[in-house]
Design a protein around this ligand. Structure first.
Ligand code: ARG
Length: 587
C-alpha cells in the first residue's frame, strides 16, 4: 500500500511541476512540529535557490495550488517558506478504511520481483552461540520478515561457521583423547558409523579444551592446522568426523533458534562453498587478480583513495588451507548461481566490516557478484551492566538457552508484580512468561539503532511501563480484551471516524505504517519500527483514556471507536509480527 505522505507528495510534486519546478521538490513528510501541522513540504527553499528568488513567493504559489485540492484541510506558509499541511478528517477516515481492507496490511510494495539473500545468525559448529550471534539472529530475522512483507523474495541462510581452524582443533582433540580411533586409521576405507561418536555436550567440552591446548602448545596448534588442511583436502575419516560435528551441532542450533522463533530457508555453511573454491581460484588466477605473497595466494584489494590500508584478501595459506574470506567469496559465487539475487545482505557484527570490505572488493573486481549489490549491515555490541561485552556471572559466554531462561524468569516475576495472568493455568502462565521474556530481549535489541552498542539490563527490558516489548504486548492484549468484550456484548463495529483530536492523532499514526515500513527497510533499521509502534501504543492510550468505548451510549460512536480499536490492533500486530514478537491471547 502507498502511504499517506507519499500520496500527498504526488499532489505537491504536480504543483511544483505546474509552476515549472522539478517534481522531486514536492516531497511531503510528517511534520517535525506536530503542534503546528500534520505534514510539511520544504521544497520551496531549494526551488528558490535554483530560481534565485524569494522562497516564500514560491511557497505561496504552491500553497494556493494545493488549497484547490479537497484532500487538504489547511495549507499554510510558515517561516522562510515551509509549507505546513493538514489533511481533511474525512480523508483520514477514508484512508483508514483502505488500510483496514488492505490484504498486505499496509506494506509498501518495494520488493516486488526482487530477490534478497539475507545472511545472518552465523553460529559456529561446536562453539556455543554467543551474544553477537544473538544480535545477528534477532536483527536478521526482523529484516527477513520485513523484506518478505514488502514483497521481496527472501532466502535466509544461517551460514554456519564449519570450515575453519576450530574444526581441525576439534579433530586433534578427539585424536588426543582417543575417543574415536577408527576415524584416524589411514588404512580404514569406510564406511564410517552412522551414529556420532560425540554428543553436543562432548563438543561443548572438547572445543574449549582444544582451543586452550592450542594456545599454550605450538605443536598442538600445528597439528590442528594440519588437520584443518587435511579435512579441507578431503581426508575421508576427517570428513566423516566433521559431518558428525555438523549434524550434532545443527540439531542443538535448530532447537535454540526455534526457542527464539527464528527460522532459516537454508542451513548452509562455509563448507557448502567448498566445491566452488577451486574453479573460483582458477578464474582469479586467469584474470591475473590473484598473486603469491609470502607463500600464500592473495587478492590485492587496495584502491586508490583508501583512507586506511585495506590488506589483500587471503585465499590459500601456504599449507593449502583456505580461510574465512575464501569461503565467503566462494559463497557469493554459489549464491549467484543458485538464486541470482538483487541483493545479498550480511547481518554481521560491525567489527567484521573490513573483512566484508575485502570480500566485496574482490568479488566486484573479479565480476563474481553478477547483478547483486553486496551489503554489510553491521551491528554494535551488547554490553553487560559493567559496560564490557556481556558475559555470564562466571565470566563465560552466555548461552542463548540460558539467556532465554533468565529472561523468562524475570518476566514471570514482573507478571506477578503486576498481578497479570495470576489465576491462569500454570502452563499458560509459563507460556506467557516465555513470550514476554523473549519479547523483552528482542525489543530491547531492535529498538536501539543497529550500529550502537547497548547495555543488557533485563530488569529494565522486562518492565510493563516505558518503551519495552512487554509494554507493547500488554497494549495489544488490552485491545484484544476490549474487542472480545464488545463481541460478547454483541456490539457492532464500523470504520473509524475522526471526531476528536485524539482520534485524529491516532489515525494519523496508524496511517504512517507504510512509511515506517519503507524507512525501516531502506535503512535496514528495525528501530524505526520500534519507534513507530511505541508511538502508536501511546496514541492509543490517549485515545482510550479520553473516550468511552464499551460504556458509550451512542451506538454509532461506539461502533466507530471499536473500528479504531480494531485498526490499531491490526497495525500493532503487523509491526510486532515483523519484530518477531508474539502477542499472548490474554495476560
Ligand atoms: N561465523 C561467523 C562468526 O561467528 C559469522 C558468519 C557471518 N556470515 C558470513 N557470511 N561471514 O563470526
Amino acid at each position: 500500500m502507498i502511504g499517506l505522505a507519499a500520496e500527498l507528495s504526488a499532489i505537491a510534486a504536480a504543483a511544483f511541476a505546474a509552476e515549472g519546478y522539478s517534481e522531486s521538490l514536492g516531497q511531503v513528510v510528517a511534520s517535525d512540529r506536530p503542534d503546528l501541522a500534520q505534514f510539511q513540504c520544504n521544497g520551496a527553499l531549494p526551488a528558490a535557490k535554483i530560481a534565485k528568488t524569494n522562497p516564500r513567493l514560491i511557497a505561496e504559489k504552491i500553497a494556493s495550488r494545493l488549497r484547490e485540492n479537497s484532500v487538504f484541510a489547511k495549507v499554510e506558509v510558515a517561516g522562510p517558506g515551509f509549507i505546513n499541511i493538514n489533511v481533511a478528517d474525512e480523508v483520514l477516515a477514508a484512508r483508514g478504511a483502505v488500510l483496514a481492507a488492505d490484504g498486505r496490511l499496509g506494506a509498501p510494495e518495494i520488493g516486488r520481483g526482487k530477490t534478497v539473500i539475507i545472511d545472518f545468525g552465523g553460529p559456529n559448529v561446536a562453539k556455543p552461540m554467543h551474544v553477537g550471534h544473538l544480535r545477528s539472529s534477532i536483527i536478521g530475522d526482523c529484516l527477513q520478515r520485513l523484506f518478505r512483507a514488502d514483497g521481496w523474495k527472501v532466502v535466509s541462510d544461517v551460514h554456519l561457521g564449519d570450515w575453519g581452524l576450530q574444526m581441525g582443533q576439534l579433530i586433534t582433540e578427539i585424536k588426543a583423547r582417543g575417543t574415536a580411533p577408527l576415524y584416524f586409521d589411514a588404512d580404514y576405507g569406510g564406511p564410517y558409523p552412522e551414529l556420532s561418536p560425540v554428543t553436543m555436550e562432548d563438543l561443548e567440552e572438547f572445543y574449549p579444551a582444544a582451543s586452550a591446548a592450542c594456545k599454550t602448545d605450538p605443536k598442538r596448534l600445528e597439528e590442528a592446522r594440519l588437520a584443518t588442511a587435511e579435512l579441507q583436502a578431503g581426508r575421508p575419516g576427517y570428513r566423516a568426523l566433521w559431518q558428525h560435528f555438523v549434524n550434532v551441532s545443527e540439531q542443538g542450533l535448530t532447537r535454540e533458534f526455534a526457542s527464539l522463533g527464528v527460522r532459516f530457508d537454508e542451513w548452509k555453511g562455509e563448507a557448502s562453498a567448498d566445491p566452488f573454491i577451486a574453479p573460483m581460484i582458477e578464474k582469479l588466477k586467469t584474470k591475473g587478480l590473484a598473486e603469491m605473497s609470502e607463500g600464500a595466494l592473495v587478492v590485492p584489494v587496495a584502491e586508490e583513495g583508501d583512507k586506511k590500508e585495506i590488506p589483500p584478501l587471503l585465499l590459500v595459506k601456504s599449507d593449502g588451507a583456505v580461510l574465512y574470506g575464501t569461503t565467503d567469496l566462494a559463497t557469493i559465487v554459489s549464491r549467484i548461481e543458485a538464486h541470482n539475487p538483487d541483493l545479498i545482505l550480511y547481518v554481521v557484527d560491525q567489527r567484521q566490516h573490513s573483512h566484508f570490505e575485502q570480500v566485496f572488493r574482490a568479488a566486484r573486481k573479479a565480476g563474481l557478484a553478477g547483478r547483486a549489490t553486496l551489503e554489510h549491515a553491521g551491528f554494535g555490541t551488547m554490553n553487560g551492566l559493567d559496560g564490557k561485552p556481556f558475559k555470564t556471572r562466571a565470566g563465560g559466554v552466555m548461552k542463548l538457552y540460558d539467556l532465554i531462561a533468565m529472561a523468562t524468569e524475570e518476566a514471570a516475576k514482573r507478571l506477578n508484580e503486576a498481578g497479570l495472568a495470576a489465576d491462569y493455568p500454570e502452563e499458560e502462565r509459563a507460556a506467557i512468561a516465555r513470550m514476554v521474556g523473549v519479547s523483552a530481549i528482542k525489543f530491547a535489541d531492535l529498538s536501539n539503532h543497529r550500529t550502537s552498542d547497548y547495555i543488557f539490563d533485563l530488569s529494565r527490558f522486562t518492565r510493563f511501563e516505558g518503551k519495552t516489548g512487554p509494554y507493547l504486548q500488554y497494549a495489544a492484549v488490552r485491545i484484544q480484551s476490549i474487542l472480545r468484550k464488545a463481541t460478547s456484548e454483541g456490539f457492532a463495529s464500523a470504520p473509524p471516524v475522526v471526531f476528536s483530536p485524539e482520534e485524529r492523532r491516532l489515525l494519523l499514526q496508524i496511517l504512517a505504517l507504510p512509511e515506517a515500513m519503507e524507512t525501516a527497510e531502506t535503512k535496514r533499521a528495525p528501530n524505526v519500527l520500534c519507534d513507530y509502534v511505541f508511538a502508536l501504543a501511546q496514541e492509543f492510550s490517549r485515545f482510550y483514556s479520553e473516550h468511552h468505548i464499551l460504556s458509550e451510549k451512542n451506538s454509532g460512536l461506539q461502533a466507530a471507536r471499536l473500528g479504531m480499536c480494531e485498526l490499531t490492533l491490526k497495525a500493532i500486530g503487523r509491526v510486532l509480527g515483523i519484530l518477531g514478537i508474539d502477542i499472548p491471547a490474554r495476560m
